[in-house]
Every structure is written in structure tokens, then in C-alpha cells.
Design a protein around this ligand. Structure first.
Ligand code: NAD
Length: 344
């Protein structure tokens, strides 16, 4: 029986993995700690590690896992910007869950738009205090508005369908536009200039880091609504805060935040928030911050657990490893692996 150590495990993770555990020859030990150089010692004696979005899989962690004889790390998420792939190559196989429910994330992006535009969060608070005034709650019809979508992969394309269902004009920017699609691709600058709402659905890479910065925001329409369900560092949050203060950005729905790793998924309600930018954003009536919860549906959790355990099972039974990402895959964002075998 293989010993699996899972980091950053929350009750909902345990539930979905425990439900499937008996179907595999695995014993899973759960730790609430995030994986980082200080906690990696907890993995000693394990055969594999399962990690999540805000775990630190840097050179030091990889080296220690290598010394422990651990050869595989399974990310129970799609994004992998927290992995040092150069350090991992040849030592640690990294597998991920490429898709678990793109619907969950796309639907959450629309939930943020609808809540911000129709001010549902403010109405909820008002009516709980028997304040039935409508002043300040005016929204606009989404029908006929232009939405700019950056990144037209699995989530972006489902989100496009949702937006079209609302009668919105969809324009998109992608470094690798989908061939044979009916998506109206434009340049990034044109998207910024024309969009009433901008939604980010691309991965965090060197090229996309701060893709929405002061310069980009200056190009955008006055009052643009910004939605980010991808990765926090796609947006320069200081520039966003300033643009919200001047009204350049009319509203922001943020499921991710660039400094989220030490904050999100934890309860800080009794502690003074030390992150001034986040504290400022949270005070704004036209900003909604959710704690990286876009993925959190029953369907997604079940799919994450199944794919993660299947990935590990394939590795241990020397099967194909279709969900592996390696140094070469990483340097080519749309890695066209023609093989399913382990990368090294
Ligand atoms: P995907 O790989 O299917 O699609 C990503 C798209 O971005 C691709 O079309 C790719 O060509 C494009 N892209 C790559 N580099 C680009 C660039 N420089 N400029 C513009 N476009 C670029 O990924 P997906 O499954 O649709 O997920 C998108 C992102 O959503 C993930 O990278 C992840 O960060 C995020 N995500 C968030 C949550 C959450 O809970 N908030 C859950 C899952 C995924």
C-alpha cells in the first residue's frame, strides 16, 4: 500500500478523497499545513505528495523530496505556477488535474459580474436591516454590452457561451487563438479599449504577469468592470486599487489576489489584516473578493479527487502519465506532447 501525504488539506478535500480512497491501494495522511521548506519534513516516509495552489514547490522543497526518495508530486489543481519546473526535471514528476469542472469557474465569474452589476451584495445587507431603499443600486443590462475575454481555453470558452446566452458581444484575446472557432479575436489593446467588462482566463506566466497594469487600465474604458478568476498576479493590485479610487475601474470581482498564498483559505476574522492593499480593496462597495473558491462545487471536488488518485495510480502501475507537466512542457505553454509516457 502506497503512502500518500496531502498538504493544505481542508475538510472538503478529506471528504472527497476519503470517498474514493478504498478504490485504490493508497493510505492518505492529511496535513492542514501548506507545503513549503519548513513543512516538507512531514513528507518523510511517503511515496507521493499531493499539493495545492498555494503550496511552495521550490528548489529546496524538491531537493528535500528527492532526498526522501519521493518521485512524484500530484497537484490537485489545474494551475502550476507554484512549481519550479527547472529544479523538478529529472527528479520529481509533476502531475496535475487539467480539467475538473471548467463550468464551476466560468459560472463563478458570471456570479461575480451579476452580483457586482446588480449590487446583490449591498441589497442583501440592506434588507437584513429592513432598509428597502433602492438608492445606489442601479445596474445596467448585460444584453448588448461588450465583454473582453483574455484566454480562450477550457474555462474561457465555456464562459464565452454563458456570456453569449446573456446577449453580450464577446471579443477575445489569446496568444494561441483557437483554430476553427467562431470566436472574434482582437489584439489585447483593442480588447482593452472596447470592453465594458474584462474577464481573465489565461494562466499566470512570465508574459501574463501584471497583464492588467496601470498602462493597460489607462487604455480601458472609463468604468470598466474587471473579473479575475485565474491567478492574482495577472493584475497589478496596487494599480487596480488606484484605478478603483479614481473610478477608472467601475467594479472588480476578484476570486484570486496576488498576495493570497498566506491569506486565502484561512480565517483571519479576529486578526488585524496586515495586507493594506487587500484591506483597502475589501472596504470598497464595488469590489467583491472571494477566497479562490471558483472551483468549489461538488462536481469539481469529486473530479479533482478522482483524477489526482488516477494520476498517482498510473505512475505506480507504470502506466501512461498523460497529465504530467515537465520543464519542456512548461517552456511551451501549449505543449503538444505526442506521448503519454513519463517525461523523464
Ligand atoms: P487552459 O489551459 O485550458 O486555457 C488557458 C488559455 O490561456 C489557453 O487558450 C492559452 O492559449 C491562453 N494563454 C496562454 N498564454 C496566454 C497569454 N500570454 N495571453 C493570452 N492568453 C494566453 O486553462 P483553463 O482550464 O481554461 O484555466 C485558465 C486558468 O484558470 C488557469 O490557468 C488557472 O490559473 C485558473 N483557474 C482558477 C480556478 C479557481 O478556482 N479560481 C480554478 C481552475 C483554474
Amino acid at each position: 500500500m502506497k503512502k500518500i501525504v496531502m498538504f493544505d488539506a481542508k475538510p472538503y478535500d478529506r471528504e472527497s478523497f476519503d470517498r474514493l480512497q478504498s478504490q485504490y491501494d493508497f493510505r492518505i495522511k492529511y496535513f492542514e499545513n501548506k507545503l513549503n521548506p519548513d513543512t516538507v519534513a512531514l513528507a518523510k516516509g511517503a511515496d507521493a505528495v499531493v499539493a495545492f495552489v498555494n503550496d511552495t514547490i521550490d528548489e529546496q522543497v524538491i531537493e528535500t523530496l528527492h532526498v526522501f526518495g519521493i518521485k512524484i508530486l500530484a497537484l490537485r489543481c489545474a494551475g502550476y505556477n507554484n512549481v519550479d519546473f527547472t529544479a523538478a526535471y529529472g527528479k520529481l514528476h509533476i502531475v496535475h488535474v487539467p480539467a475538473y469542472s471548467p463550468y464551476a469557474v466560468a459560472e463563478h465569474a458570471m456570479a461575480l459580474i451579476l452580483t457586482l452589476n446588480r449590487k446583490i451584495h449591498r441589497a442583501f445587507n440592506r434588507t437584513r436591516e429592513f432598509n428597502f431603499s433602492l438608492n445606489g443600486l442601479t445596474g445596467y443590462d448585460l444584453h448588448g454590452k461588450t465583454i473582453g475575454i483574455i484566454g480562450t481555453g477550457k474555462i474561457g470558452r465555456i464562459f464565452i457561451d454563458i456570456c453569449r446566452g446573456f446577449g453580450m458581444h464577446v471579443i477575445a484575446y489569446d496568444l494561441f487563438p483557437a483554430e476553427d472557432s467562431d470566436i472574434n479575436y482582437v489584439s489585447l489593446d483593442e480588447l482593452l479599449k472596447r470592453s465594458d467588462i474584462i474577464s481573465l482566463h489565461c494562466p499566470l506566466t512570465k508574459e501574463t504577469h501584471h497583464i492588467i497594469d496601470e498602462k493597460a487600465l489607462n487604455l480601458a474604458k472609463d468604468g470598466v468592470v474587471l473579473i479575475n478568476t485565474s491567478r492574482g498576479a495577472l493584475i497589478d493590485s496596487l494599480a487596480l486599487t488606484e484605478a478603483l479610487k479614481t473610478g477608472k475601474v467601475g467594479a472588480a470581482g476578484l476570486d484570486v489576489y496576488e498576495e493570497e498564498s498566506e491569506i486565502f483559505f484561512e480565517d483571519f476574522s479576529a486578526i488585524v489584516m496586515q495586507d493594506d492593499i487587500l484591506a483597502r480593496l475589501v472596504t470598497m462597495p464595488n469590489v467583491i473578493v472571494t477566497s479562490h473558491q471558483a472551483f468549489l462545487t461538488n462536481e469539481a471536488l469529486a473530479n479533482i479527487a478522482k483524477t489526482t488518485l488516477d494520476n498517482l495510480n498510473l505512475y505506480f502501475t507504470e502506466g501512461d502519465l498523460p497529465n504530467e507537466i515537465c520543464y519542456q512542457c512548461k517552456t511551451r505553454p501549449n505543449c503538444d506532447r505526442t506521448h503519454n509516457r513519463p517525461c523523464f
